[in-house]
Design a protein around this ligand. Sequence first.
Ligand SMILES: [Zn+2]
Length: 131
Amino acid sequence: MRSINDQCPCGSGFKYKKCCKLFHEGKLPKNALELMKSRYSAYAYEQVGYIVKTTCKIEEDMQSFKAEIAQFAKYTNFEKLSIKEFIDGEDEAYVTFHAKLSADGKEISFSEKSRFVKKEGKWCYESGEVF
Ligand SMILES: [Zn+2]
């Protein structure tokens, strides 16, 4: 179990309670990069509600969407997040990252270029291209 005194999974070097926890409690990320990092931390801390809240698309089947996130978060070890590129924009931004993950002793790391859009002043995760 992770503690709120542990180092934040986003890689900031700060404790979780002084970093991404603030976003999970309602602070608005100032850009898509902060949002991306806080979403990674949300998975690590099983903050399913935050993932749902910061996903642009409204899923038809919210119940299974939440269950999927919860399942993934619970059985995955979020070892390291590396940001490769951040392309900022007025209401559209891209973050390319590598997530070092494992589950059940197996490595399941991946890289993704995520697209974020700003809707009504808030950044949200629109889509991602995994490679
Ligand atoms: Zn953080």
